[in-house]
Ligand binder design. Sequence first.
Ligand code: ADP
Length: 169
Amino acid sequence: MVDERIAIYPGSFDPLTLGHDDIVRRSLRLVDQVIVAIAATTTHDKNPDFSLDERVELISEVYGDEPRVQVVPFEGLLVNFARANGARLIVRGLRAVSDFEYEFQMALMNRSLWPEIEVIFMAPASSYTFLSSSLVREVARLGGDVSGFVPPPVLRELARVYGSAVAGT
Ligand code: ADP
């Protein structure tokens, strides 16, 4: 039993968007600490823009001024990672009905793997409901301006990889 309320916010975060950031900041209103858990392996994207180490470094920079956010890579079962970190809460973002089925299945599977775990779903600000990492990647790869969709350190790195047009300059 731990006194601190710790939530795990898992994902691939390739890259972290303002939608993800919105969920992190909402979570901080509910818990003492948020662990942004970056999946080492993901079934979604076999061709990531940023390596695991780059994502850990970049997201740590985004939350450099927020000691209540930790950024940690993880591998294997999420419930094992949660248990090892004294967290019984998983946070996931829900943008649309299309997210629901997969998220619901995952939540019930995780609970059957570890009955102590609770999953909470949070809705982002409505202006971020259309936002996804894959869309940001696609627009950046094509040289579009993504400055309204990602935090400054992420924008800097996308501009380094894809050119200054992605930063709107
Ligand atoms: P995963 O590969 O596990 O879906 P993502 O990095 O794409 O990882 O997303 C991590 C979590 O953040 C998921 O719960 C996803 O639904 C949520 N999320 C992604 N984009 C947004 C957004 N724009 N607003 C709110 N939640 C989001």
